[in-house]
Design a protein around this ligand. Sequence first.
Ligand code: TMP
Ligand code: MG
Length: 210
Amino acid sequence: MSYPGRGALVVLEGCDKAGKTTQAKLLYENMIKAGIPTNYMCFPDRTTKIGKLIDDYLKCNNDIEDHAIHLLFSANRWENVPKMKELLHRGTTLVIDRYAYSGVAFSSAKKNFSLDWCKQCDIGLPKPDLVLFFDLNMHNAVQRPTYGQERYENQTFQEKVRRNFLLLQDESFKVIDANRPIEVVYEDAKNSVLRAIQESRFKPLQELWV
Ligand code: TMP
Ligand code: MG
């Protein structure tokens, strides 16, 4: 099957343990099965040198000053931009587990960090065609296995993060009720992704927050 035009940039966002990774993998696998050229990526990309610093930070093996870690999360996205653009322009749809919205929503939940300051370093990144925000009741999130293992996984912080995500809503945002069974959530997500692929194919890739 030939796919003229570019691929779509699809981002999955949400608080910790909202089911993003499960859904991103389901989307990736099923789109490949359907013959749609697709790649899965995630941020933080823990495989690079910057990503390894971030991984240690999240596992509480090191401490990094709050502004500095914010900039490292952003640098970790920028270092992947050439690869992302190449794939998109070749017609590959990208399903990305977290992006700049996480960057801003998490850092700005810290004391003395404004949304506006947090956005600056991600301005100009490729703009997602679709942001699926998986909204899960905090009570359900804390019940999920492995909750609380990494930095930031505590309820008070996550509630602030959720409010920040909702402040970042723009025209590409779709809120998905993640409290439903996996298959129902998936159906909802898949339909939005297929629509985004159709609609963005012949549109130029835009820049985020410009
Ligand atoms: P993960 O659990 O999806 O691998 O994400 C790791 C954690 O890092 C999660 O708590 C969200 C947080 N995070 C940021 O604080 N800033 C960012 O830019 C990103 C991508 C994630
Ligand atoms: Mg996590």
